[in-house]
Write a protein that binds this ligand. Structure first.
Ligand code: FAD
Length: 117
C-alpha cells in the first residue's frame, strides 16, 4: 500500500477526476448493457483501487449506497454524494452537487457533436 500521504492524495485527486468525468459522460438514456457496464466498472474500481484502506471503506459505501445507473444525472449526483461521504469521513468540506455537471468537462464534447451529424 502507499504509505506516503502525498502520494495517496495525488492518487485520490486523479481517481476522483476519472470517476466524476466518467459519470458526467455516461449516457443520458443508457441501454441495459451500458447500465450493467457502469455497475461492474464501479464495483471493480472500488475493489481494485490501489490504496487498500481506501478500497475497503469505499466498497462498504457502495454496498450501503448502490450506484445509480439509470442515467447521467442520477449517476453523477450519486458520485458526488458518495465522494462527499468520503470528504466527511476525512474531515474535508462538502462539495455542492448542484455544480457537478459543470465541473467535469473532458474536452470531448466536439467529438460527440460530430458523431451526431
Ligand atoms: P479530493 O477529495 O481529491 O477532491 C478533488 C477535487 O474534486 C476537489 O478539489 C473538488 O474540486 C472536487 N470535489 C470534492 N468533492 C467532490 C464531490 N463530492 N463531488 C465532485 N467533486 C468533488 N484518502 C484517505 O486518506 N483515506 C481514505 O480512506 C480514502 N479513500 C478514498 C477512496 C476513493 C475511492 C478515492 C478516489 C480516494 C480516497 N482517498 C482517501 C483520497 C481522498 O479522497 C482525497 O482524494 C485526497 O485526500 C486528496 O484530497 P483533496 O482535498 O485534494 O480533494
Amino acid at each position: 500500500h502507499l504509505g506516503n500521504e502525498t502520494l495517496k492524495a495525488e492518487l485520490g485527486r486523479a481517481g476522483w477526476k476519472l470517476f466524476h468525468t466518467t459519470l458526467a459522460r455516461f449516457p443520458e438514456s443508457p441501454s441495459l448493457d451500458e447500465r450493467t457496464a457502469l455497475a461492474h466498472y464501479l464495483a471493480l474500481f472500488a475493489r481494485l483501487y490501489p490504496c487498500g484502506e481506501c478500497a475497503g471503506h469505499f466498497q462498504k459505501l457502495l454496498v450501503q449506497y448502490p450506484p445509480q445507473t439509470s442515467g447521467r444525472v442520477a449517476a453523477s449526483q450519486w458520485g458526488c454524494f458518495v465522494h462527499n461521504l468520503v470528504n466527511q469521513r476525512l474531515g474535508k468540506e462538502v462539495f455542492d452537487c448542484m455544480t457537478v455537471g459543470e465541473a467535469y468537462k473532458c474536452g470531448c464534447a466536439e467529438e460527440d457533436e460530430k458523431k451526431k451529424k
